[in-house]
Design a protein around this ligand. Sequence first.
Ligand code: TXA
Ligand code: MG
Length: 349
Amino acid sequence: MKKIQTEIIKIRKEEDYEKLEKGAKIIRSGGLVAFPTETVYGLGANGLDEKAVGKIFLAKARPQDNPLILHVSHIDQVLPLVETIPETARKLMDRFWPGPLTIILKRSQLVPDVITGGLDTVAVRMPDNPIALSLIDLSQRPLAAPSANISGRPSPTRAVHVVEDLDGRVDLIVDGGTTGIGLESTVLDMSKDQGIILRPGGLGLEELRELLPNIKEDKNIVGEKDPPLSPGQKYKHYAPRAEVLVFSGRMEDMVREINKYAQSYGDQGKKVGIMATEETKAHYKKGLVISVGSREEQATIAHRLFNSLREFDRQGVDIILAEAVEPVGIGRAIMNRLGKAAADRIIEV
Ligand code: TXA
Ligand code: MG
């Protein structure tokens, strides 16, 4: 891929928003702009411009059959993109947008095939971040935006992560600070009779159940045996360069096993990283220990997860031994991402 000049603009306060006009111009002329959302950084292009969307796949080295989410700043912007908005989908939008919920609906003819990977559905979401919303408004286009990482790498939660992966591959990076939630939106298929969660994310199953009591989860989220309904779920994902092993069980048992593995990998001359929690970090004697937060505050763990995986890489770790968390609330998404980073090597202790 030919290198291009990547500009970075920083937005922290009200006055800085003027600078977004430049981003909107780039979007309208078919370029690529990385921007923050409340979940992770997105790599944006005009979602109705086939050529611009094609550039996203090249910049990320993303498989062509993995469809993209279209980001909007108003619910009305969804209408031309879909066949209809069913009543329940409308209720979900009213209740949870802007926010970490991506809704899949039957697509209209306006949506280019590159967006949907040939499917008859399209994914839409309204991000809860003022920079993202302003950029969409100024561009006057729905923005196609996957996470702004090289495919397979942990998603970016800081502008420096985007620079690490995409410098020289995008026109502009909008640095809006650290993203709040830290992992991606929940992907919910509403194109069938019943809502099905295809990817757990920032919005918990429990909250969705309030509106959709019969909501289902794609089995692959936990198990990974049937062909996945969401193309994105079949690829190895969120993976640092180091190998990852996840340990699940009672806290004392996890600590004991991780210490055992750390010793054994250390003896083999490997550099070991341990993804610990506040409650356990003092109990590890070997390896580089990073605490992702208290087990009582899963939101903090979600917020720090991807940065911690990247930090282990920066430190040149060969193997990461990670503690599992309770798979409830956002913990489901944390375990889904950890499981994928570990290629499903989860050791029950
Ligand atoms: O939080 C997020 O969702 C972030 C920010 C930037 O908005 N975006 C994001 O996009 O995570 P991406 O492309 O990394 O993940 C989108 C997921 C993929 O797993 C993809 O396969 C799935 O959504 N997806 C998109 N359109 C789909 C469709 N029509 N049917 C089934 N799955 C779809
Ligand atoms: Mg992604």
